[in-house]
Design a protein around this ligand. Sequence first.
Ligand SMILES: Cc1ncc(C[n+]2csc(CCOP(=O)(O)OP(=O)(O)O)c2C)c(N)n1
Ligand SMILES: [Mg+2]
Length: 492
Amino acid sequence: MASTYLSKSHKFIIHNLKSKNYLMFGFINLSSSVTNSLFSPHLVLRTISPNLSNSSRINPSITFSGGFASVSGGRRFHNATSFSKDVDQLSNEVPSQQELNFPGGKVKFTRKRIFTSGSNDERTQCYRVLSENGQLIGGSDSLEISKELAIKMYKEMVTLQVMDIIFYEAQRQGRISFYLTTNGEEAINIASAAALNNNDFVFPQYREPGVLLWRGFTLQEFANQLFGNKYDYGKGRQMPIHYGSKKHNYITVSSTVATQIPHAVGAAYSMKMEKQDSCTITYFGDGGTSTGDFHAGLNFSAVMEVPVIFFCRNNGWAISTPINDQFRSDGIVVRGKAYGIPSIRVDGNDALAIYSAVYEARKMAIEKQTPILIEALTYRAGHHSTSDDSTKYRPIDEIEWWRDDQNPVKRFKTWVMNKGWWSDEAELEHRSSIRKQLSQAIQAAERVEKPPVTDMFNDVYDVPTKNLNEQEVFLRKTIKKYAQEYPSNVVV
Ligand SMILES: Cc1ncc(C[n+]2csc(CCOP(=O)(O)OP(=O)(O)O)c2C)c(N)n1
Ligand SMILES: [Mg+2]
């Protein structure tokens, strides 16, 4: 579309040098996108004669000047000068300072045939507040964090670590079918959650259970989902780790990579229409940025100016694919600029930097009604999931360096300890209490019966289809015939 626009605009200039009988108008028809579909703003190009320019068929918010479309009141289309001036200037030798009035702002001309560099010679800087040894870096922009908040953040990071250890072991013991840790990304989980409000909707990937934990999802609720028992809100239909909670405004995890991104944009757009004092946040990995949904989501959000925070956890790997095999850009943060989105790169292992960045991002998103992109640099210190062995494709030294030297929980702990807010005794007590609670939660979740077989077939069709009915009858017969192959607590 952009190339069509350019070539048509170009033709327009030439055309008008010959004759002024026809004008070319290009405009973004925003109104139809609102009424027709959330995801289809129409960029419309039209050629009409001047006598149609006052026609009621033309969007009255569009003003024309210099032959280039300009949306009055729109913040991205402005600075039009007179038509004749453009023509005069273009017909002369082009002075180097001359600018082209183009939608989005003035563009300077140059005589130099310069291609913009595609290399990452100067990489985008990374915002950090806490040094690797847990010391506050002097002069850094950061928000004050109260003792109460800091302790809560630290305790939740530890809870997440203990959850990962215990649930991972439960999978290894064959008690649950699958698990996936947040190892190395605890600060991202907890510090970002702490900077949000509970009325902000979360559209997660699968490595952010800490956000749900922060909002009050209980260890028992986590265990119920992992065991797929009748108290699982997903009725046992999903694999473990597909948590979701209506009460906590946490949309259910979808393991289809990046589908949550356009959903978050659409929901943010509805918040904008309803003038709500909230935003959405969507989390995704570096792998998620290699999908079309990521690009469509970013572009749509920028054009529609919606309050969404895109939080990319760039942890270096998409299962066994390293980031160098995924993109050649300077990571993810630079993509924001390409789409017109304010963006920041942040140290993903620095809880204070994440907290400050997300807090500010939320404020900007709501006050300015704009999307924000955050790229957090971190490392997936665990295997991708229990179905993976990452030592097969990456050096153990690399894993250990990130897990030990760059550990986000250790870094934050040093800071809270130095403040005198935390102690080794408090740590022991907290860890052992969480371990105990988890062990009880697992035992309880295991005892609870599975959802009834009928739940596998309902909630989709008002009247189940013939083939669904047949499958249900077949499944019931099979369970009865091979009862020893099925959990004894399935209600058939
Ligand atoms: C559309 C789609 N393609 C591929 C997969 C398989 N898959 C599951 S997780 C994953 C890697 C995602 O990596 P990333 O987004 O970086 O998240 P991370 O696991 O590193 O947190 C892939 C390719 C999928 N689930 N969905
Ligand atoms: Mg990744």
